[in-house]
Design a protein around this ligand. Sequence first.
Ligand SMILES: *[C@@H]1O[C@H](CO)[C@@H](O)[C@H](O)[C@H]1NC(C)=O
Ligand SMILES: *[C@@H]1O[C@H](CO)[C@@H](O)[C@H](O)[C@H]1NC(C)=O
Ligand SMILES: *[C@@H]1O[C@H](CO)[C@@H](O)[C@H](O)[C@H]1NC(C)=O
Ligand SMILES: *[C@@H]1O[C@H](CO)[C@@H](O)[C@H](O)[C@H]1NC(C)=O
Ligand SMILES: *[C@@H]1O[C@H](CO)[C@@H](O)[C@H](O)[C@H]1NC(C)=O
Ligand SMILES: *[C@@H]1O[C@H](CO)[C@@H](O)[C@H](O)[C@H]1NC(C)=O
Ligand SMILES: *[C@@H]1O[C@H](CO)[C@@H](O)[C@H](O)[C@H]1NC(C)=O
Ligand SMILES: *[C@@H]1O[C@H](CO)[C@@H](O)[C@H](O)[C@H]1NC(C)=O
Ligand SMILES: *[C@@H]1O[C@H](CO)[C@@H](O)[C@H](O)[C@H]1NC(C)=O
Length: 447
Amino acid sequence: MARSNSKLTNFTIISVLVLFCSSFTSTEAYDPLDPNGNITMKWDVMSWTPDGYVAVVTMYNFQQYRHIQAPGWKVGWTWTKKEVIWSMMGAQATEQGDCSRYKAALPHCCKKDPTIVDLLPGTPYNQQIANCCKGGVINSWAQDPGNAASSFQVSVGAAGTTNKTVKVPKNFTLKAPGPGYTCGPAKIVKPTRFVSADLRRVTQAMMTWNVTCTYSQFLSQKTPTCCVSLSSFYNDTIVPCPTCTCGCQNNITQPGSCVKDNSPYLAAAIAAQKNSYTPLVQCTQHMCPIRVHWHVKLNYQDYWRVKISITNFNYMMNYTQWNLVVQHPNLDNLTKIFSFNYKSLTPYGTINDTAMLWGVKFYNDLLMQNGPLGNVQSELLLRKDTDTFTFDKGWAFPRRIYFNGDNCVMPPPDAYPWLPNSSPRWTVSLLPIVAFLATLTFLFSHP
Ligand SMILES: *[C@@H]1O[C@H](CO)[C@@H](O)[C@H](O)[C@H]1NC(C)=O
Ligand SMILES: *[C@@H]1O[C@H](CO)[C@@H](O)[C@H](O)[C@H]1NC(C)=O
Ligand SMILES: *[C@@H]1O[C@H](CO)[C@@H](O)[C@H](O)[C@H]1NC(C)=O
Ligand SMILES: *[C@@H]1O[C@H](CO)[C@@H](O)[C@H](O)[C@H]1NC(C)=O
Ligand SMILES: *[C@@H]1O[C@H](CO)[C@@H](O)[C@H](O)[C@H]1NC(C)=O
Ligand SMILES: *[C@@H]1O[C@H](CO)[C@@H](O)[C@H](O)[C@H]1NC(C)=O
Ligand SMILES: *[C@@H]1O[C@H](CO)[C@@H](O)[C@H](O)[C@H]1NC(C)=O
Ligand SMILES: *[C@@H]1O[C@H](CO)[C@@H](O)[C@H](O)[C@H]1NC(C)=O
Ligand SMILES: *[C@@H]1O[C@H](CO)[C@@H](O)[C@H](O)[C@H]1NC(C)=O
Protein backbone atom coordinates (compact mmCIF):
# COMPACT_ATOMS: atom_id res chain seq x y z
CA MET A 1 0.00 0.00 0.00
CA ALA A 2 2.78 2.40 0.98
CA ARG A 3 4.46 1.65 -2.33
CA SER A 4 1.54 2.62 -4.51
CA ASN A 5 1.16 5.81 -2.46
CA SER A 6 4.70 6.87 -3.08
CA LYS A 7 4.37 6.06 -6.78
CA LEU A 8 1.33 8.27 -7.09
CA THR A 9 2.88 11.15 -5.18
CA ASN A 10 5.99 10.94 -7.33
CA PHE A 11 3.82 11.14 -10.40
CA THR A 12 1.99 14.11 -8.90
CA ILE A 13 5.20 15.94 -8.19
CA ILE A 14 6.38 15.45 -11.75
CA SER A 15 3.13 16.63 -13.29
CA VAL A 16 2.94 19.65 -10.98
CA LEU A 17 6.54 20.49 -11.85
CA VAL A 18 5.78 20.21 -15.56
CA LEU A 19 2.86 22.58 -15.11
CA PHE A 20 5.09 25.04 -13.26
CA CYS A 21 7.84 24.94 -15.85
CA SER A 22 5.53 25.38 -18.80
CA SER A 23 3.82 28.33 -17.15
CA PHE A 24 7.23 29.98 -16.79
CA THR A 25 8.41 29.45 -20.34
CA SER A 26 5.12 30.65 -21.84
CA THR A 27 5.33 34.03 -20.06
CA GLU A 28 8.18 35.10 -22.35
CA ALA A 29 6.26 37.62 -24.47
CA TYR A 30 3.56 38.39 -21.93
CA ASP A 31 4.36 39.98 -18.60
CA PRO A 32 2.15 38.60 -15.82
CA LEU A 33 3.01 41.50 -13.51
CA ASP A 34 2.05 44.12 -16.10
CA PRO A 35 -0.45 42.41 -18.38
CA ASN A 36 -1.54 45.61 -20.19
CA GLY A 37 1.91 47.21 -20.44
CA ASN A 38 2.57 48.87 -23.80
CA ILE A 39 3.97 51.97 -25.44
CA THR A 40 1.35 53.76 -27.55
CA MET A 41 2.43 56.17 -30.26
CA LYS A 42 -0.31 58.63 -31.19
CA TRP A 43 -0.18 60.72 -34.37
CA ASP A 44 -2.41 63.80 -34.38
CA VAL A 45 -2.65 65.62 -37.70
CA MET A 46 -2.94 69.21 -36.49
CA SER A 47 -3.20 71.07 -39.79
CA TRP A 48 -2.96 70.67 -43.56
CA THR A 49 -0.18 72.24 -45.64
CA PRO A 50 -0.11 72.84 -49.45
CA ASP A 51 1.37 69.36 -50.05
CA GLY A 52 0.76 67.45 -46.83
CA TYR A 53 0.22 67.85 -43.12
CA VAL A 54 1.78 68.74 -39.78
CA ALA A 55 1.45 66.05 -37.14
CA VAL A 56 2.34 65.90 -33.46
CA VAL A 57 3.53 62.44 -32.48
CA THR A 58 3.36 61.50 -28.81
CA MET A 59 4.67 58.30 -27.27
CA TYR A 60 3.01 57.28 -24.01
CA ASN A 61 4.81 54.71 -21.91
CA PHE A 62 1.90 52.81 -20.35
CA GLN A 63 4.24 50.25 -18.80
CA GLN A 64 4.23 50.16 -15.02
CA TYR A 65 7.96 49.68 -14.50
CA ARG A 66 9.81 49.46 -17.80
CA HIS A 67 11.41 52.76 -18.72
CA ILE A 68 13.60 53.80 -21.63
CA GLN A 69 16.94 55.01 -20.40
CA ALA A 70 19.85 56.80 -22.10
CA PRO A 71 20.84 56.73 -24.94
CA GLY A 72 17.10 56.75 -25.55
CA TRP A 73 14.46 55.66 -28.04
CA LYS A 74 14.71 55.35 -31.83
CA VAL A 75 11.49 55.27 -33.81
CA GLY A 76 11.15 54.19 -37.42
CA TRP A 77 8.43 53.56 -40.02
CA THR A 78 8.00 53.08 -43.76
CA TRP A 79 6.12 55.64 -45.85
CA THR A 80 3.43 54.14 -48.08
CA LYS A 81 3.74 56.75 -50.86
CA LYS A 82 6.56 59.16 -51.80
CA GLU A 83 6.27 61.22 -48.61
CA VAL A 84 9.16 63.35 -47.35
CA ILE A 85 9.75 65.15 -44.05
CA TRP A 86 10.03 68.90 -44.66
CA SER A 87 10.96 69.73 -41.09
CA MET A 88 10.81 68.49 -37.51
CA MET A 89 10.64 70.03 -34.06
CA GLY A 90 11.73 68.26 -30.89
CA ALA A 91 13.36 65.38 -32.75
CA GLN A 92 15.36 64.68 -35.89
CA ALA A 93 15.83 62.05 -38.56
CA THR A 94 19.23 60.37 -38.27
CA GLU A 95 19.83 60.47 -42.06
CA GLN A 96 18.66 62.84 -44.76
CA GLY A 97 18.73 60.28 -47.56
CA ASP A 98 18.50 61.05 -51.27
CA CYS A 99 16.70 64.39 -51.80
CA SER A 100 18.05 64.93 -55.35
CA ARG A 101 14.56 65.18 -56.84
CA TYR A 102 14.10 68.47 -54.91
CA LYS A 103 15.71 71.57 -56.46
CA ALA A 104 14.95 74.66 -54.40
CA ALA A 105 14.08 73.95 -50.77
CA LEU A 106 15.58 70.74 -49.42
CA PRO A 107 13.51 68.45 -47.17
CA HIS A 108 14.82 67.39 -43.75
CA CYS A 109 14.60 63.72 -44.75
CA CYS A 110 13.70 61.88 -47.99
CA LYS A 111 14.26 58.32 -46.82
CA LYS A 112 11.47 55.81 -47.39
CA ASP A 113 12.14 54.39 -43.90
CA PRO A 114 13.29 57.27 -41.68
CA THR A 115 14.75 56.72 -38.21
CA ILE A 116 13.89 59.41 -35.68
CA VAL A 117 15.73 60.26 -32.45
CA ASP A 118 14.90 62.71 -29.70
CA LEU A 119 16.89 65.94 -29.33
CA LEU A 120 19.10 66.43 -26.32
CA PRO A 121 18.30 68.53 -23.27
CA GLY A 122 19.50 72.09 -23.83
CA THR A 123 18.12 72.30 -27.39
CA PRO A 124 17.34 75.93 -28.37
CA TYR A 125 13.78 76.83 -27.41
CA ASN A 126 12.76 77.57 -30.99
CA GLN A 127 13.37 73.90 -31.88
CA GLN A 128 11.48 72.48 -28.92
CA ILE A 129 7.88 71.44 -28.36
CA ALA A 130 6.25 70.30 -25.12
CA ASN A 131 7.51 66.91 -23.83
CA CYS A 132 10.50 66.81 -26.16
CA CYS A 133 14.22 66.93 -25.91
CA LYS A 134 15.00 64.54 -23.09
CA GLY A 135 17.61 62.57 -25.01
CA GLY A 136 15.03 59.85 -25.69
CA VAL A 137 14.54 59.00 -22.02
CA ILE A 138 10.98 58.07 -21.03
CA ASN A 139 10.03 57.19 -17.48
CA SER A 140 7.65 54.41 -16.52
CA TRP A 141 4.00 55.00 -15.63
CA ALA A 142 4.29 53.93 -11.98
CA GLN A 143 7.60 55.66 -11.30
CA ASP A 144 6.92 59.08 -12.81
CA PRO A 145 3.71 59.45 -14.85
CA GLY A 146 4.53 63.13 -15.45
CA ASN A 147 7.58 62.10 -17.48
CA ALA A 148 6.16 58.99 -19.14
CA ALA A 149 5.55 60.66 -22.50
CA SER A 150 7.72 62.04 -25.29
CA SER A 151 6.59 64.18 -28.25
CA PHE A 152 7.85 65.60 -31.53
CA GLN A 153 6.33 67.43 -34.44
CA VAL A 154 6.75 66.43 -38.05
CA SER A 155 5.81 68.31 -41.22
CA VAL A 156 5.15 65.81 -44.00
CA GLY A 157 5.20 66.66 -47.72
CA ALA A 158 4.09 64.78 -50.84
CA ALA A 159 1.33 63.30 -48.73
CA GLY A 160 -2.43 63.62 -48.98
CA THR A 161 -4.14 66.77 -47.78
CA THR A 162 -7.48 65.32 -46.69
CA ASN A 163 -8.35 62.57 -44.28
CA LYS A 164 -9.24 60.40 -47.31
CA THR A 165 -5.94 60.76 -49.17
CA VAL A 166 -3.46 60.55 -46.29
CA LYS A 167 -2.02 57.07 -46.08
CA VAL A 168 -0.82 56.02 -42.64
CA PRO A 169 2.82 54.88 -42.44
CA LYS A 170 3.56 51.16 -42.12
CA ASN A 171 5.98 48.87 -40.31
CA PHE A 172 6.61 50.94 -37.21
CA THR A 173 9.68 50.07 -35.15
CA LEU A 174 10.71 51.14 -31.68
CA LYS A 175 14.23 50.59 -30.40
CA ALA A 176 14.91 51.35 -26.78
CA PRO A 177 17.65 51.67 -28.01
CA GLY A 178 18.27 47.92 -28.45
CA PRO A 179 15.69 45.40 -29.68
CA GLY A 180 12.74 44.15 -27.57
CA TYR A 181 9.66 46.00 -28.83
CA THR A 182 7.27 44.88 -31.55
CA CYS A 183 4.83 47.43 -32.96
CA GLY A 184 1.41 46.67 -34.40
CA PRO A 185 -0.13 48.40 -37.42
CA ALA A 186 -1.37 52.00 -37.20
CA LYS A 187 -5.09 52.20 -36.44
CA ILE A 188 -7.12 55.26 -37.43
CA VAL A 189 -9.06 56.29 -34.33
CA LYS A 190 -11.44 59.08 -33.33
CA PRO A 191 -9.63 62.45 -33.70
CA THR A 192 -8.12 63.59 -30.39
CA ARG A 193 -9.91 66.48 -28.67
CA PHE A 194 -7.74 69.15 -27.02
CA VAL A 195 -9.17 71.17 -24.16
CA SER A 196 -7.65 74.63 -23.63
CA ALA A 197 -5.92 75.40 -20.34
CA ASP A 198 -8.84 77.48 -19.09
CA LEU A 199 -11.28 74.70 -20.10
CA ARG A 200 -13.28 77.20 -22.18
CA ARG A 201 -12.59 75.85 -25.66
CA VAL A 202 -12.16 72.43 -27.25
CA THR A 203 -10.34 71.88 -30.54
CA GLN A 204 -9.71 68.64 -32.33
CA ALA A 205 -7.14 66.99 -34.58
CA MET A 206 -7.87 66.63 -38.32
CA MET A 207 -7.08 62.97 -38.09
CA THR A 208 -5.54 60.62 -35.49
CA TRP A 209 -3.93 57.21 -35.59
CA ASN A 210 -2.48 55.01 -32.86
CA VAL A 211 0.31 52.46 -32.93
CA THR A 212 0.85 50.08 -30.00
CA CYS A 213 4.23 48.53 -29.24
CA THR A 214 4.78 45.75 -26.71
CA TYR A 215 7.93 44.42 -25.09
CA SER A 216 9.29 40.89 -25.03
CA GLN A 217 12.32 40.09 -22.94
CA PHE A 218 13.10 37.21 -25.26
CA LEU A 219 13.46 39.52 -28.27
CA SER A 220 15.55 41.93 -26.22
CA GLN A 221 18.17 39.54 -24.95
CA LYS A 222 18.46 35.82 -25.53
CA THR A 223 20.15 35.30 -22.18
CA PRO A 224 19.02 36.57 -18.77
CA THR A 225 20.57 39.79 -17.48
CA CYS A 226 19.93 39.49 -13.78
CA CYS A 227 20.06 36.88 -11.02
CA VAL A 228 19.12 36.54 -7.36
CA SER A 229 21.19 35.30 -4.42
CA LEU A 230 19.77 34.54 -0.96
CA SER A 231 20.83 34.39 2.67
CA SER A 232 19.24 34.44 6.12
CA PHE A 233 20.08 34.98 9.76
CA TYR A 234 19.01 31.43 10.61
CA ASN A 235 21.43 29.63 8.30
CA ASP A 236 25.06 30.53 7.48
CA THR A 237 24.78 29.37 3.88
CA ILE A 238 24.75 32.09 1.25
CA VAL A 239 22.95 30.69 -1.76
CA PRO A 240 24.68 32.24 -4.79
CA CYS A 241 23.20 32.98 -8.17
CA PRO A 242 23.02 29.81 -10.25
CA THR A 243 26.27 29.15 -12.11
CA CYS A 244 26.25 30.34 -15.74
CA THR A 245 22.91 32.16 -15.33
CA CYS A 246 23.82 34.81 -17.87
CA GLY A 247 26.75 33.11 -19.55
CA CYS A 248 29.74 30.94 -18.73
CA GLN A 249 33.29 31.95 -18.09
CA ASN A 250 34.83 30.22 -21.03
CA ASN A 251 37.61 32.24 -22.53
CA ILE A 252 38.24 29.72 -25.28
CA THR A 253 34.88 29.94 -27.02
CA GLN A 254 34.19 33.56 -26.04
CA PRO A 255 37.42 35.39 -25.38
CA GLY A 256 37.04 38.66 -23.53
CA SER A 257 33.49 37.93 -22.44
CA CYS A 258 34.37 39.12 -18.96
CA VAL A 259 37.09 41.11 -17.26
CA LYS A 260 38.65 40.26 -13.91
CA ASP A 261 38.43 42.87 -11.19
CA ASN A 262 41.58 45.09 -11.25
CA SER A 263 42.64 43.66 -14.59
CA PRO A 264 45.20 45.82 -16.41
CA TYR A 265 43.19 45.24 -19.61
CA LEU A 266 40.00 46.79 -18.23
CA ALA A 267 40.42 50.22 -19.85
CA ALA A 268 41.27 48.64 -23.22
CA ALA A 269 38.27 46.27 -23.02
CA ILE A 270 35.91 49.17 -22.21
CA ALA A 271 37.29 51.22 -25.10
CA ALA A 272 36.86 48.25 -27.49
CA GLN A 273 33.23 47.83 -26.48
CA LYS A 274 32.24 51.53 -26.65
CA ASN A 275 29.05 52.31 -28.60
CA SER A 276 27.74 48.78 -28.23
CA TYR A 277 24.87 47.84 -25.92
CA THR A 278 26.45 44.53 -25.00
CA PRO A 279 27.37 44.44 -21.33
CA LEU A 280 31.00 44.01 -20.34
CA VAL A 281 30.86 42.22 -17.00
CA GLN A 282 33.23 41.44 -14.21
CA CYS A 283 34.11 37.72 -14.17
CA THR A 284 31.79 35.95 -11.74
CA GLN A 285 30.41 32.45 -11.64
CA HIS A 286 26.99 33.75 -12.81
CA MET A 287 28.28 36.36 -15.33
CA CYS A 288 25.21 38.56 -14.90
CA PRO A 289 25.35 42.36 -15.23
CA ILE A 290 23.01 42.67 -12.22
CA ARG A 291 22.71 40.65 -9.02
CA VAL A 292 19.97 41.19 -6.46
CA HIS A 293 20.66 39.83 -2.99
CA TRP A 294 17.80 39.11 -0.57
CA HIS A 295 18.85 38.70 3.06
CA VAL A 296 16.33 37.75 5.74
CA LYS A 297 17.90 39.85 8.45
CA LEU A 298 15.90 39.91 11.65
CA ASN A 299 12.90 38.35 13.32
CA TYR A 300 10.86 40.38 15.80
CA GLN A 301 7.68 39.46 17.66
CA ASP A 302 5.32 41.07 15.12
CA TYR A 303 7.64 42.06 12.32
CA TRP A 304 10.49 40.73 10.26
CA ARG A 305 13.16 42.54 8.32
CA VAL A 306 14.70 42.01 4.90
CA LYS A 307 17.76 43.64 3.38
CA ILE A 308 17.93 44.00 -0.39
CA SER A 309 21.16 44.87 -2.21
CA ILE A 310 21.54 45.40 -5.92
CA THR A 311 25.02 45.07 -7.39
CA ASN A 312 26.06 46.21 -10.86
CA PHE A 313 28.74 44.00 -12.44
CA ASN A 314 28.53 45.80 -15.78
CA TYR A 315 31.42 48.12 -16.66
CA MET A 316 29.46 49.62 -19.58
CA MET A 317 26.38 50.96 -17.84
CA ASN A 318 25.34 53.49 -15.21
CA TYR A 319 21.69 52.55 -14.63
CA THR A 320 19.71 55.78 -14.29
CA GLN A 321 16.32 55.63 -12.59
CA TRP A 322 16.59 51.88 -12.12
CA ASN A 323 13.69 50.00 -10.59
CA LEU A 324 13.00 46.67 -8.97
CA VAL A 325 9.72 44.74 -8.94
CA VAL A 326 9.35 42.21 -6.15
CA GLN A 327 6.63 39.68 -5.54
CA HIS A 328 6.20 38.24 -2.05
CA PRO A 329 2.94 37.41 -0.24
CA ASN A 330 3.85 39.56 2.78
CA LEU A 331 4.28 42.74 0.74
CA ASP A 332 0.57 43.37 1.40
CA ASN A 333 1.66 44.42 4.86
CA LEU A 334 4.87 46.34 4.21
CA THR A 335 5.25 48.65 7.19
CA LYS A 336 8.36 50.61 6.42
CA ILE A 337 10.94 50.85 3.69
CA PHE A 338 14.28 52.55 4.15
CA SER A 339 16.06 54.60 1.45
CA PHE A 340 14.05 53.39 -1.59
CA ASN A 341 10.74 54.64 -2.98
CA TYR A 342 7.85 52.19 -2.96
CA LYS A 343 4.62 51.70 -4.83
CA SER A 344 2.24 48.75 -4.64
CA LEU A 345 1.35 47.22 -8.01
CA THR A 346 -1.88 45.33 -8.35
CA PRO A 347 -1.79 43.66 -11.76
CA TYR A 348 -4.92 41.67 -10.93
CA GLY A 349 -6.96 44.23 -9.05
CA THR A 350 -6.98 43.21 -5.44
CA ILE A 351 -3.88 41.16 -4.62
CA ASN A 352 -1.16 43.59 -3.61
CA ASP A 353 1.69 41.12 -3.17
CA THR A 354 3.80 42.96 -5.76
CA ALA A 355 5.84 46.06 -5.07
CA MET A 356 7.88 48.34 -7.22
CA LEU A 357 10.97 49.83 -5.59
CA TRP A 358 13.21 52.54 -6.97
CA GLY A 359 15.93 54.92 -5.85
CA VAL A 360 15.54 58.23 -4.08
CA LYS A 361 16.33 61.13 -6.39
CA PHE A 362 19.90 62.49 -6.03
CA TYR A 363 20.62 59.84 -3.37
CA ASN A 364 20.56 56.40 -4.95
CA ASP A 365 18.52 56.66 -8.17
CA LEU A 366 21.75 56.14 -10.12
CA LEU A 367 23.25 52.65 -9.95
CA MET A 368 26.86 53.24 -10.99
CA GLN A 369 28.95 50.99 -13.21
CA ASN A 370 30.83 48.12 -11.60
CA GLY A 371 33.18 49.32 -8.88
CA PRO A 372 33.05 50.59 -5.33
CA LEU A 373 29.91 52.68 -6.04
CA GLY A 374 28.21 49.97 -8.09
CA ASN A 375 25.60 48.98 -5.53
CA VAL A 376 22.50 50.25 -3.77
CA GLN A 377 20.67 48.81 -0.79
CA SER A 378 17.56 49.09 1.30
CA GLU A 379 15.72 47.40 4.15
CA LEU A 380 12.07 46.43 4.38
CA LEU A 381 10.09 46.00 7.58
CA LEU A 382 7.16 43.64 7.10
CA ARG A 383 4.32 42.91 9.50
CA LYS A 384 3.69 39.23 10.11
CA ASP A 385 0.35 37.66 9.38
CA THR A 386 0.28 34.85 11.95
CA ASP A 387 -1.78 32.60 9.65
CA THR A 388 0.78 32.48 6.88
CA PHE A 389 4.10 33.65 8.30
CA THR A 390 6.89 31.08 8.53
CA PHE A 391 10.64 30.91 8.03
CA ASP A 392 10.21 27.31 6.98
CA LYS A 393 10.60 26.04 3.42
CA GLY A 394 11.90 29.25 1.95
CA TRP A 395 8.65 31.16 2.50
CA ALA A 396 10.59 34.30 3.48
CA PHE A 397 12.24 34.52 0.05
CA PRO A 398 10.77 36.38 -2.91
CA ARG A 399 8.65 34.61 -5.53
CA ARG A 400 9.78 36.81 -8.42
CA ILE A 401 12.13 39.76 -8.93
CA TYR A 402 12.52 42.01 -11.96
CA PHE A 403 15.26 44.56 -12.49
CA ASN A 404 14.29 47.31 -14.96
CA GLY A 405 11.48 45.07 -16.14
CA ASP A 406 13.62 42.02 -16.88
CA ASN A 407 13.16 38.81 -14.95
CA CYS A 408 15.92 37.90 -12.47
CA VAL A 409 16.77 34.21 -12.33
CA MET A 410 16.26 32.67 -8.87
CA PRO A 411 18.30 29.82 -7.38
CA PRO A 412 16.53 26.44 -7.55
CA PRO A 413 14.09 26.06 -4.60
CA ASP A 414 15.88 23.05 -3.13
CA ALA A 415 19.01 25.18 -2.65
CA TYR A 416 17.28 27.80 -0.47
CA PRO A 417 18.73 28.17 3.02
CA TRP A 418 16.60 26.05 5.33
CA LEU A 419 15.87 26.15 8.99
CA PRO A 420 18.08 23.86 11.07
CA ASN A 421 16.40 20.43 11.41
CA SER A 422 13.98 20.80 8.56
CA SER A 423 14.01 18.83 5.37
CA PRO A 424 14.20 20.59 2.01
CA ARG A 425 12.55 17.67 0.17
CA TRP A 426 9.21 19.41 -0.22
CA THR A 427 9.50 22.90 -1.57
CA VAL A 428 7.19 25.80 -0.79
CA SER A 429 4.35 25.61 -3.20
CA LEU A 430 4.35 21.88 -3.86
CA LEU A 431 3.95 20.73 -0.30
CA PRO A 432 0.26 21.53 0.31
CA ILE A 433 -0.81 20.11 -3.06
CA VAL A 434 1.20 16.97 -2.66
CA ALA A 435 0.01 16.49 0.91
CA PHE A 436 -3.59 16.93 -0.18
CA LEU A 437 -3.28 14.45 -3.03
CA ALA A 438 -1.45 11.99 -0.82
CA THR A 439 -4.33 12.18 1.67
CA LEU A 440 -6.80 11.52 -1.12
CA THR A 441 -4.83 8.52 -2.28
CA PHE A 442 -4.73 7.24 1.25
CA LEU A 443 -8.51 7.65 1.66
CA PHE A 444 -9.28 5.95 -1.64
CA SER A 445 -6.95 3.05 -1.01
CA HIS A 446 -8.58 2.42 2.41
CA PRO A 447 -12.25 2.12 1.60
C1 LIG B 1 -2.08 50.04 -23.75
O1 LIG B 1 -2.07 50.43 -22.40
C2 LIG B 1 -3.20 51.22 -22.02
C3 LIG B 1 -2.99 51.65 -20.59
O2 LIG B 1 -2.76 50.55 -19.76
C4 LIG B 1 -4.47 50.42 -22.20
O3 LIG B 1 -5.58 51.23 -21.88
C5 LIG B 1 -4.57 49.99 -23.65
O4 LIG B 1 -5.69 49.15 -23.80
C6 LIG B 1 -3.32 49.21 -24.05
N1 LIG B 1 -3.40 48.95 -25.47
C7 LIG B 1 -3.29 47.71 -25.94
C8 LIG B 1 -3.44 47.57 -27.42
O5 LIG B 1 -3.07 46.76 -25.23
C1 LIG C 1 -12.87 62.52 -42.51
O1 LIG C 1 -13.57 63.72 -42.45
C2 LIG C 1 -14.98 63.55 -42.62
C3 LIG C 1 -15.62 64.95 -42.68
O2 LIG C 1 -14.91 65.85 -41.90
C4 LIG C 1 -15.52 62.72 -41.47
O3 LIG C 1 -16.90 62.52 -41.62
C5 LIG C 1 -14.81 61.37 -41.48
O4 LIG C 1 -15.22 60.59 -40.36
C6 LIG C 1 -13.32 61.57 -41.43
N1 LIG C 1 -12.67 60.28 -41.58
C7 LIG C 1 -11.68 59.87 -40.82
C8 LIG C 1 -11.09 58.55 -41.16
O5 LIG C 1 -11.26 60.54 -39.89
C1 LIG D 1 6.59 45.72 -43.94
O1 LIG D 1 7.22 44.55 -43.45
C2 LIG D 1 6.78 43.36 -44.07
C3 LIG D 1 7.41 42.19 -43.38
O2 LIG D 1 8.66 42.50 -42.89
C4 LIG D 1 7.15 43.42 -45.56
O3 LIG D 1 6.66 42.26 -46.20
C5 LIG D 1 6.48 44.65 -46.17
O4 LIG D 1 6.87 44.77 -47.52
C6 LIG D 1 6.88 45.90 -45.42
N1 LIG D 1 6.10 47.01 -45.95
C7 LIG D 1 6.68 48.10 -46.40
C8 LIG D 1 5.75 49.16 -46.90
O5 LIG D 1 7.90 48.24 -46.39
C1 LIG E 1 -5.07 56.23 -28.93
O1 LIG E 1 -4.04 56.63 -28.03
C2 LIG E 1 -4.43 57.63 -27.11
C3 LIG E 1 -3.22 57.99 -26.31
O2 LIG E 1 -2.66 56.87 -25.76
C4 LIG E 1 -5.56 57.15 -26.24
O3 LIG E 1 -5.98 58.19 -25.38
C5 LIG E 1 -6.71 56.71 -27.12
O4 LIG E 1 -7.70 56.16 -26.30
C6 LIG E 1 -6.22 55.68 -28.11
N1 LIG E 1 -7.33 55.32 -28.98
C7 LIG E 1 -7.68 54.05 -29.16
C8 LIG E 1 -8.89 53.82 -30.01
O5 LIG E 1 -7.06 53.12 -28.66
C1 LIG F 1 41.63 31.92 -19.75
O1 LIG F 1 42.45 30.88 -20.25
C2 LIG F 1 43.76 30.91 -19.74
C3 LIG F 1 44.53 29.81 -20.43
O2 LIG F 1 43.73 28.70 -20.71
C4 LIG F 1 43.71 30.73 -18.21
O3 LIG F 1 45.03 30.78 -17.70
C5 LIG F 1 42.88 31.84 -17.61
O4 LIG F 1 42.77 31.66 -16.21
C6 LIG F 1 41.49 31.85 -18.24
N1 LIG F 1 40.75 33.01 -17.74
C7 LIG F 1 39.52 32.90 -17.28
C8 LIG F 1 38.88 34.18 -16.84
O5 LIG F 1 38.92 31.85 -17.21
C1 LIG G 1 29.27 56.48 -15.26
O1 LIG G 1 29.34 57.71 -14.55
C2 LIG G 1 30.66 58.11 -14.19
C3 LIG G 1 30.57 59.36 -13.34
O2 LIG G 1 29.67 60.26 -13.90
C4 LIG G 1 31.49 58.32 -15.45
O3 LIG G 1 32.83 58.64 -15.09
C5 LIG G 1 31.50 57.03 -16.25
O4 LIG G 1 32.18 57.21 -17.48
C6 LIG G 1 30.07 56.57 -16.55
N1 LIG G 1 30.12 55.26 -17.17
C7 LIG G 1 29.48 54.95 -18.29
C8 LIG G 1 29.64 53.57 -18.79
O5 LIG G 1 28.76 55.76 -18.88
C1 LIG H 1 -2.78 46.17 0.43
O1 LIG H 1 -4.19 46.22 0.26
C2 LIG H 1 -4.88 46.35 1.49
C3 LIG H 1 -6.36 46.21 1.21
O2 LIG H 1 -6.68 46.71 -0.06
C4 LIG H 1 -4.53 47.68 2.14
O3 LIG H 1 -5.20 47.79 3.38
C5 LIG H 1 -3.05 47.70 2.40
O4 LIG H 1 -2.66 48.96 2.93
C6 LIG H 1 -2.28 47.45 1.11
N1 LIG H 1 -0.88 47.31 1.49
C7 LIG H 1 0.08 47.99 0.88
C8 LIG H 1 1.46 47.72 1.40
O5 LIG H 1 -0.12 48.79 -0.03
C1 LIG I 1 -1.63 43.79 8.32
O1 LIG I 1 -1.40 43.26 9.61
C2 LIG I 1 -2.32 43.70 10.60
C3 LIG I 1 -1.89 43.09 11.92
O2 LIG I 1 -1.71 41.72 11.78
C4 LIG I 1 -3.73 43.25 10.21
O3 LIG I 1 -4.66 43.75 11.16
C5 LIG I 1 -4.07 43.80 8.82
O4 LIG I 1 -5.32 43.33 8.42
C6 LIG I 1 -3.01 43.36 7.84
N1 LIG I 1 -3.29 43.95 6.54
C7 LIG I 1 -3.37 43.23 5.45
C8 LIG I 1 -3.65 43.98 4.19
O5 LIG I 1 -3.19 42.02 5.43
C1 LIG J 1 21.42 25.69 5.62
O1 LIG J 1 20.82 25.47 4.35
C2 LIG J 1 21.55 24.59 3.51
C3 LIG J 1 20.80 24.50 2.20
O2 LIG J 1 20.98 25.66 1.48
C4 LIG J 1 21.69 23.24 4.15
O3 LIG J 1 22.48 22.41 3.34
C5 LIG J 1 22.32 23.38 5.52
O4 LIG J 1 22.35 22.16 6.19
C6 LIG J 1 21.55 24.38 6.37
N1 LIG J 1 22.24 24.60 7.62
C7 LIG J 1 21.72 24.26 8.78
C8 LIG J 1 22.54 24.59 9.98
O5 LIG J 1 20.63 23.70 8.86
